[in-house]
Design a protein around this ligand. Sequence first.
Ligand SMILES: Nc1nc2c(ncn2[C@@H]2O[C@H](COP(=O)(O)OP(=O)(O)OP(=O)(O)O)[C@@H](O)[C@H]2O)c(=O)[nH]1
Ligand SMILES: [Mg+2]
Length: 224
Amino acid sequence: MLDKPLEDAGSAAFAPQKDALNVWLITGVNGAGKTTTIGKLAHIAQKSGYNCLIAAADTFRAAAVEQVKVWGSRSGVEVIANPGKNTDPAAVVFDAITAAKSRQADLLLVDTAGRLQNKKNLMDELSKIRRIIDKKAPDAVVESLLVLDATLGQNGLRQAEVFSEAAKLSGVVLTKLDGTAKGGIAIAIVQQLGLPIRFIGAGEGIEDLRPFSSYEFVEALLNG
Ligand SMILES: Nc1nc2c(ncn2[C@@H]2O[C@H](COP(=O)(O)OP(=O)(O)OP(=O)(O)O)[C@@H](O)[C@H]2O)c(=O)[nH]1
Ligand SMILES: [Mg+2]
């Protein structure tokens, strides 16, 4: 069951497509681990020889741009940000796509502000970001990933449903699996929304991201 969405998506291995701009939109509720995941992904991408850029589209929280810049410098990946205050995140994404095209980047990682799925204005803002990506980069390979805190339980399903609609989700990253949580909610998400789980976050460090393996996941779930 966990493997089915991977098969439907074409391939189990998840990597940026070569000879194209890949845009990975990273979404989720507050504190799920989006920015940390961006840092880890930038690190792997850089190590694997992809030309990577980060869009700092969390313009909501004052310290968010600084935080993602720290991750950018750890991984040696440039961060596109807007220096103004309270700027429109969709405008940052617009600028970042322009930069990615002119630098012939392979992968643009878009950090977004945490938002609760019941805040309509913030979900509309996310839809707008998604629309800008589709419009400004029609030839890009877009992945829209929900970062889901494994410790959250059943609320995760509702989150995934609403985010799926607003951001046209194509996959899930399950974080904080290094703690006691087993992330059983992922099974409901896979079953009900047909979304593949792409990565597992298992720690706060830059190396603590792994590709999802259904075998290891089920084994860990049952061995608890
Ligand atoms: N143990 C553990 N902690 C994690 C993991 N991923 C992220 N964290 C921690 O979770 C906290 C929030 O991480 P962020 O990356 O800032 O989360 P975010 O989704 O960007 O948060 P907002 O931008 O405020 O919505 C930080 O303390 C991270 O170190 C993980 O896989 N395991
Ligand atoms: Mg963040």
